[in-house]
Design a protein around this ligand. Structure first.
Ligand code: GLY
Ligand code: MN
Ligand code: MN
Length: 442
């Protein structure tokens, strides 16, 4: 893959960020945008800190994810200022002196203690839109998170700039590297914990740097949607492996899921293959003007068609959807916006002035209800699982006859199947960010 010119891409990105901020400030009636990077959080009754998580509004401007007690200040018509906290500290690693493709676009002021920021922030805090968590307050600079400003900026974050897409492609490259190593570890008989370690080593990121906790489930554990226990010994026999794991690139996330069958488990492999083929079709359906809610409903029908084909369902996909039986097998949403956050903001936004598009009834976990537009990146992550708690509810609701329970018994030891890619909506065909990276890595 050609290396993108991040300097040129960032120059464009920075101009887009300034334009967005100009409009957001005008809407809110403010003169300055002020964004604290955030501070350390400490455990109760202890001096241990939690892993630092940068304010996403801060990393939207700058590829800096490890810079607590710093501030971004933007005043329309001026270059942004970065108040860069670089303490004199011999206990911790001090952030490197600013460098990289972004430095020429900002005025940088180094501070040695957090309080020194006060002298560099705008004169009148009341004229500032301050985006951050309460704990970031410094003097009069208490985050106010004005709704007109947040609504506009969150909405705009749905449209990725070419710079952001380049970094998201890098997050794909790193994540796929980990997925390849994880599959090899599984084939070698590794435990969940060992697979996790192989993944982290290949990506070059530890658990605190990854965009979310790795979901690595062998056998029945694949049925636990957010299984993060990481068993220390491999079960015998090994039947199946589900891994939902991403990587971070300059603050941007990938979120990728694959499912594998141990050799000789041909029926489960056939189920994986069918979900995989359907998932690719769902990804190809990502087009401008398409309602994501409809993609989610279509995914229910497609997955129930597969379960009918493999003998799990006795009724039509339409009947399974109407009675809620489909939600027992596919109990989460088709996917979500992704970018600076794995579950990125504004998935339900009705407009850049607020409002909310509700989920369809009976689909309480869908995280994206908007119509797709060019520049949006969504995950497409259909899955089918064999979860006793949900299947019991089907029985209790009087729909037990919809299901062939012998086939459920057959598939239960495999847990389930989920396949997840990131897909960029363009003016034309869908651009699957994940698949070509797997293809290039094989
Ligand atoms: N890894 C969390 C998700 O897929 O949404
Ligand atoms: Mn995922
Ligand atoms: Mn996801």
């Amino acid at each position: 893959m050609n290396q993108p010119d991040l300097g040129a891409l960032y120059s464009h990105h920075a101009s887009v960020m300034r334009q967005r901020a100009d409009e957001a400030l005008a809407r809110g009636g403010f003169d300055h945008l002020v964004i604290p990077s955030g501070t350390q959080h400490y455990q109760a009754f202890d001096d241990r800190d939690y892993p630092y998580a940068v304010n996403p509004n801060f990393k939207a401007w700058l590829p800096l994810t490890k810079l607590p007690n710093s501030w971004l200040v933007y005043t329309p018509g001026k270059r942004p200022t970065l108040i860069f906290h670089q303490p004199f500290d011999y206990w911790h690693v001090v952030p490197d002196a600013p460098n990289g493709w972004w430095v020429e676009h900002v005025d940088i002021q180094i501070i040695r203690t957090p309080d020194e920021a006060l002298a560099l922030l705008p004169k009148d805090a009341a004229r500032c839109a301050i985006l951050g968590e309460p704990q970031s307050a410094l003097g009069a600079f208490v985050p106010n998170n004005p709704a007109p400003v947040i609504d506009y900026l969150d909405w705009q974050r749905g449209y990725k700039t070419p710079y952001e897409i380049a970094l998201m492609r890098e997050a794909q490259r790193l994540g796929v590297r980990g997925h390849r190593a994880a599959e090899a570890a599984f084939r070698g008989g590794a435990s969940e914990f060992e697979i996790h370690m192989a993944y982290c080593r290949a990506v070059g990121q530890d658990a605190n740097e990854l965009p979310y906790g790795n979901i690595i489930g062998l056998n029945e554990h694949a049925a636990v949607l957010h299984y993060t226990d990481l068993g220390r010994s491999a079960p015998t026999p090994l039947r199946s492996f589900l891994i939902d794991a991403g990587a971070s690139a300059y603050g941007y996330a990938s979120d990728i899921t694959r499912t594998y069958a141990a050799s000789g488990h041909d029926e489960f492999q056939a189920l994986i293959d069918a979900v995989d083929a359907a998932q690719q079709q769902m990804g190809a359906a990502v087009r401008a003007g398409v309602d994501y809610k409809q993609l989610h409903i279509d995914a229910h029908l497609s997955l129930m068609g597969i379960l009918k084909d493999v003998g799990v369902l006795n009724v039509s996909p339409e009947a399974a959807l109407a009675t809620g039986v489909s939600a027992a097998f596919f109990p989460h949403g088709l996917g979500h916006l992704i970018g600076l956050q794995v579950h990125d903001v504004a998935g339900f936004a009705a407009s850049d002035r607020g409002g909310r598009i509700e989920r369809p009834q009976g689909h309480p976990y869908l995280r994206m209800t908007r119509v797709l537009e060019p520049g949006m990146v969504v995950t497409i992550e259909p899955g089918v699982y064999f979860i006793d708690m949900l299947l019991d509810e089907v029985k209790q609701a009087g729909n037990g006859a919809s299901i062939n329970w012998d086939r459920v018994d057959f598939f239960r030891p495999y847990g389930g199947v989920r396949i997840e890619d990131e897909v960029l909506c363009t003016e034309g065909d869908a651009d699957n960010l994940t698949r070509p990276v797997f293809a290039a890595a094989s």
